[in-house]
Design a protein around this ligand. Structure first.
Ligand SMILES: NC(=O)c1ccc[n+]([C@@H]2O[C@H](COP(=O)([O-])OP(=O)(O)OC[C@H]3O[C@@H](n4cnc5c(N)ncnc54)[C@H](OP(=O)(O)O)[C@@H]3O)[C@@H](O)[C@H]2O)c1
Length: 290
């Protein structure tokens, strides 16, 4: 398949942070797109196999976002195999950089399922998305309140822009030369959560936002008070622990390899989101008055 393809491109997670951007870019370039998810224009539910076959009709390439459920790899294996047997030629999987296992050991089961599907594959392994800070209600709420509480300490992470992930996905879905590639995707800079808050404060002109580093136990208590589900609290504390340990504190070159350009800086993301009206304070700031 080349950019000349007349077949439709399936975008799973079509309402999500990357899927929405992938679908929009593809449409702008004139491709037929089927954006699918539980609440999307085409109904697709990882938990309901009856919805799988219909979204695959007439599809030439597919962007895959897993279910994040316990049986994600089993579903991914079955769906990727089904896609290949229905004539889908290219599969582009959104995986994660932070779940890479040590060199030489088994890769993530979802990645293995796609590699073994029989279709041409490309795997995207991004760092934390910058867009979590405005598109995820938990982070957006903390920033609006001016109190960003985490157990990341002063650890750093190379936050990647979802715009860059979408650009790489579109290239892999529509152009030759990306088959069999695993692209680790990061931003161009390592930032602590304090740095993130500083960038957002600068972009919004707010002086009342701070990062409050706490212990994992304190974060768990805080997150429960905020109403986060228990399993999500545990997952976040684990991911925060990896940031605190600087476990993935290095820059990747996947954006450069796939697109032959540099990734977008967090400051540019923050400026764009602030200009769109994000992170306005929920309460009048008493310090800013009088
Ligand atoms: N966020 C990050 O920082 C980050 C970093 C690295 C990797 N990742 C990976 O990126 C992927 C997306 O994560 P995200 O948290 O950013 O979410 P997201 O893409 O913003 O949203 C998830 C998408 O999946 C759809 N979806 C959820 N459950 C589904 C189901 N059972 N069946 C069909 N579609 C379903 C949702 O749409 P509906 O609600 O309409 O179904 C939505 O479009 C995950 O695999 C995650 O591990 C995320």
């Amino acid at each position: 398949m080349t950019t000349e393809t007349t077949k439709t491109i399936l975008v799973l997670g079509g309402t999500g942070k990357t899927g929405r951007r992938v679908a929009s870019r593809l449409r702008q370039r004139g491709f037929e797109v089927r954006a699918a998810s539980r609440k999307g224009p085409a109904r697709f539910d990882w938990s309901d196999e009856n919805t799988w076959e219909p979204v695959l009709a007439g599809i030439g390439a597919a962007y895959l976002v897993d279910s994040q459920l316990a049986d994600a790899a089993t579903s991914m294996r079955a769906f990727a195999k089904l896609a290949a047997t229905r004539g889908v030629e290219r599969l582009v999987l959104l995986s994660a950089r932070n779940w890479v296992v040590p060199e030489g050991q088994e890769k993530l089961p979802c990645e293995r399922a796609v590699r073994e599907s029989g279709a041409q594959w490309t795997i995207l392994k991004p760092s934390w998305f910058a867009q979590n800070f405005d598109e995820d209600p938990f982070y957006r709420g903390q920033l609006e309140d001016g109190d960003v509480v985490t157990s990341t300490g002063d650890g750093v992470e190379p936050f990647v822009d979802a715009e860059d992930i979408a650009d790489v996905a579109v290239a892999a879905l529509t152009e030759d030369g990306h088959g069999g590639q695993a692209y680790e995707l990061s931003g161009p800079r390592l930032l602590s959560l304090a740095d993130v808050v500083e960038e957002i404060a600068r972009a919004t002109g707010r002086t009342d936002i701070a990062h409050r580093p706490v212990s994992p136990a304190e974060f768990a208590a805080y997150a429960k008070r905020q109403g986060l589900p228990e399993e999500f609290v545990g997952l976040l504390n684990m991911l925060y622990g990896w940031i605190a340990d600087n476990r993935f504190a290095d820059l990747a070159d996947g954006v450069q390899r796939a697109l032959h350009r540099e990734p977008r800086d967090f400051a540019e993301y923050a400026r764009t989101a602030a200009a769109a009206g994000m992170w306005r304070p929920t309460q009048p700031n008493p310090r800013a008055e009088g």
